[in-house]
Write a protein that binds this ligand. Structure first.
Ligand code: ATP
Ligand code: MN
Length: 463
């Protein structure tokens, strides 16, 4: 039998085709005229397919009239023009097979509305809700656009390691990876002998693929990584996960302005694709979560991002007359309240801040001639705040070594990184985009835990 997705079945060209639709019942309604309406969803689209089940079907009384939300079914039938209602098509069923029942007393999604917080406790069932179906399809769309964008621009996709032995630039606190028997060690009270551990030295989950990415950029030109990264910070915010996905392009011969151009082009592509390819899902977010979502994205796609040196941003903040919880002085790390003022009140759109104080940023960022700032850039967006962090990298060996000494890093731990500056060094730049922050911004979902299938946060790793 010809399998038809609900998505295709709902479109006019499907009218007249015969086949099977397979999915989960969302609702059943019995008509007085001796037939039932069944709404079926299979994940291919937000909208359900309306199925008409006639009373003369063999299992009408015994099974079909007992269908409830959550039951799984295979339905054979023909797609017809819909007699009325919202959708252009419906399916006239000739046979309905029930695969699994869902006891309405026990099935958590029987009740229509649950809070997003409650749904997090059912991460195994929440993909069956409209909201998480929509989030999942948008996340998929963004992932596809990421690859399409870089592939079309001639970037090579590099798979960087997840386990690393380098304390990757201090981008964040790290999870230790070990095969040592911690219980036994604790009992024995003996010291940890890392030379006996799996890699013969301490190892961690990576916080960024950048340093490895630089190796390939400094050999093959244009590359990107796209994979999971891990931060062991105890930050319980709506924008932080302990495990998240990061996209990190790295390009040889790119200076900071090239990097900004790339970031802007890239983000606009992601936003445009989501608007064009996920219209139905985006409409749900716009209607139920944030009425400005679609208009905001459309405006951003059409406008140039504001670019502003950190020093000017500090002056703007100081002159703003706003009462900030954290007072602004040149040299401070901007807090979310400052970022929000810039993106939401002052410029009403994305802002690329650049040339940050060198004391705030890691050793690998290129030093400016002023001796005070480095060629860093952060892309800030309304509500979410920092969505991209990047920089031009320091390609001068002596400057890099001095910076490492300044930050108490041991040159011998980074010998391979320094070799890139010893042999055929080039100016190069790159950045990291957090996939979840991007999906959060696109959908307007307030909490990052609701845009990843299985969130990992402090104290939480159930599913
Ligand atoms: P923040 O200041 O928001 O904690 P960061 O400056 O530590 O972020 P970077 O090291 O610059 O983050 O990482 C690059 C990008 O990865 C960020 O711009 C953001 O989009 C994303 N990101 C960083 N940390 C997290 C996290 N804990 N959860 C989800 N995304 C993150
Ligand atoms: Mn950052």
């Amino acid at each position: 039998m010809n399998r038809i997705s609900v998505k295709d079945a709902r479109l006019a060209p499907a009218i007249g085709s015969t086949g099977v639709v397979q999915g989960w019942v969302r609702t059943r309604r019995d008509s007085k005229g001796g037939f039932s309406f069944i709404e079926v969803n299979d994940g291919s689209s937000l909208g359900n397919l309306q199925v008409i089940a006639d009373a003369n079907l063999a299992n009408y009384e015994s099974e079909i009239k007992k269908l409830v939300a959550g039951c799984s079914v295979t339905i054979e039938g023909t797609i017809k023009a819909s007699g009325g209602g919202k959708q252009p098509t419906e399916m006239g069923a000739t046979k309905i097979v029930v695969h699994g029942w869902a006891d309405p007393e026990a099935y958590p999604l029987q009740k229509k509305q649950h809070t997003l917080e409650k749904l997090r406790e059912w991460a195994h069932l929440r993909p069956r809700t409209n909201t998480f179906g929509a989030v999942t399809r948008v996340r998929n769309c963004v992932s596809r656009s990421i690859h399409n964008f870089y592939q079309e621009e001639g970037f090579l996709y590099i798979h960087t390691p997840i386990i690393t032995a380098s304390d990757c630039e201090g981008a964040g606190a790290m999870f230790r990876v070990t095969t040592l028997d911690l219980d036994k060690l604790a009992l024995s009270g003996s010291k940890v002998r890392t030379e006996l551990d799996f890699f013969g030295k301490p190892a961690y989950l990576t916080v960024s693929g950048q340093l490895n990415g630089e190796i390939f950029a400094c050999s093959l030109g244009k590359i990107y990584t796209f994979g999971p990264t891990f931060r062991a910070e105890n930050s319980n915010t709506s924008r932080h996960l302990a495990e998240f996905w990061m996209v990190e392009p790295e390009v040889a011969f790119y200076e900071l302005t090239d990097n900004m151009d790339l970031a802007e082009r890239f983000l606009k592509r992601l936003f445009k694709d989501a608007l064009n390819q996920c219209g139905e899902d985006m409409a749900l977010f716009n209607e139920h979560y944030d009425k400005t979502t679609i208009a905001t994205l459309e405006k951003i796609v059409a406008t140039e991002f504001r670019r502003l040196p950190y020093t000017e941003a500090v002056e703007i903040l100081k002159a703003s007359g706003e009462k900030f919880e954290f007072p602004v002085e040149w040299g401070i790390d901007l807090q979310s309240e400052h970022e929000r003022y810039l993106t939401e009140k002052k410029f009403d759109g994305p802002v690329i801040l650049y040339d940050y104080p060198r004391t705030l940023k890691p050793f690998y960022m290129k030093c400016n001639d002023d001796g005070k700032t480095v060629r860093a850039m952060d892309v800030l967006v309304p509500k979410v705040g920092e969505i991209i962090g990047g920089s031009q990298r320091e390609e001068r060996l002596d400057v890099l070594e001095a910076r490492m000494a300044e930050q108490h890093l041991r040159a011998e731990d980074y010998w391979w990184y320094l070799d890139l500056r010893r042999f055929g060094t080039v100016p190069h730049s790159g950045f990291g985009l957090g996939l979840e922050r991007a999906v959060q911004f696109i959908t307007g979902m307030a909490n990052i835990r609701d845009v990843i299938p299985f969130p990992r946060t402090p104290g939480s790793a159930e599913f």
